[in-house]
Design a protein around this ligand. Sequence first.
Ligand code: KIV
Length: 256
Amino acid sequence: MQDRTSVRDILDKYENGETLTMLTAYDAPVARQVDRGGVDMILVGDSAADNHLGHVEDAMVVGDMPFLSYGASMEESVENAGRFMKEAGADAVKLETAPYGETTIEIVDRLTELGIPTMGHIGFTPQRMHQIGGPYIQGRGHTSSAAIDALVETAQRLEEAGVFTIVLETVTEETAKQVTEAVDVPTIGIGAGRYVDGQVLVITDMLGLGGEAFKLSKQYADLDSEVREAVETYVSEVENGEFPTEENVYDPVDEE
Ligand code: KIV
């Protein structure tokens, strides 16, 4: 049992006349900083629906199909991909593929035949982490070239199956270059170096939200510190009675 704030702790504060602090958090990186900032309670609010399930205006939305939401059977794979499009409003789906991964390549073929735009994903494929175990960098030791050949051929088969792009994750730059040259669809790299057709990063990594900095990423902001500082200020202002002020209260005669 974790030593979290209990109902007793909350009631003790109340009985001591202390002001209680609560903030909503919907994901682990923000929740971690909110926790460290010292609030009494974190509300996993259903305001998440407003704040996290919004619609985007311009960018294509690609739904990343989770582990085993595809692969068990063709029927289930098509149904689940269809749900991303029809229910979640995705414009395309992405599927990870093991080297020479026949099952996934067949599924990709069926999805694209049915009109579901599909993005491939090869190289390091996190859904196979338990099987890969390590080393994470795929295509290393490229003088033997077997690993590169496998990735090149898998990319070509995915292209034949109709993918419109291929994510290349954590591969050597040479591998990424060879794959990119071998196919006529764009390759999007993450930890794949410079010779690809596009880049993708995980947003929490590039925003500095969530702790660890990875070599493959670049930190464009340090939101961990900013979130933490903001939460600490909030907690101290609520406890000192500095927030809310008159500006934050509703007057009964206001129009609002
Ligand atoms: O799940 C993910 O964030 C990804 C990216 C690493 C491409 O697949």
